[in-house]
Design a protein around this ligand. Structure first.
Ligand code: SF4
Ligand code: SF4
Length: 83
C-alpha cells in the first residue's frame, strides 16, 4: 500500500481518482486505507494518486505495508469480489 505523508496540501486531486476508494480526508491531511490500496494493481500500470499529486514525493510506499505483486493482486480480487 501507499502512504500520504505530511507534505500533503489537501488539494483533493487524488481522492476522486482512486479506483478502490482507498483515499479519504483524515484529521489534518488525506489518508490511504492500506486495506483498500492495491497500489493500483488491477486498474492501472502505475499508482494514479502519485500521477495526479502535484507535490513530488508526497505519496510514498508505506513502510508498514510492503506488499509484492501477488499480494496486491489478491487484495484487488477480494475487494472487487466484495463490491
Ligand atoms: Fe488508490 Fe491506487 Fe493510490 Fe492506492 S495507489 S491509494 S489504489 S490511487
Ligand atoms: Fe495531498 Fe497529493 Fe492527494 Fe493533493 S494529490 S490531496 S497533495 S496527497
Amino acid at each position: 500500500a501507499l502512504l500520504i505523508t505530511r507534505k500533503c496540501i489537501n488539494c483533493d486531486m487524488c481522492e476522486p481518482e482512486c479506483p478502490n476508494q482507498a483515499i479519504s480526508m483524515g484529521d489534518e491531511i488525506y489518508q490511504i486505507d492500506a486495506n483498500r490500496c492495491t497500489e493500483c494493481v488491477g486498474h492501472y500500470e502505475t499508482p494514479t494518486c502519485q500521477q495526479v499529486c502535484p507535490i513530488d514525493n508526497t505519496i510514498i510506499t508505506d513502510p508498514q505495508h510492503i506488499e509484492n505483486q501477488e499480494q496486491l493482486w489478491d487484495k484487488f480480487v477480494v475487494l472487487h469480489h466484495a463490491d
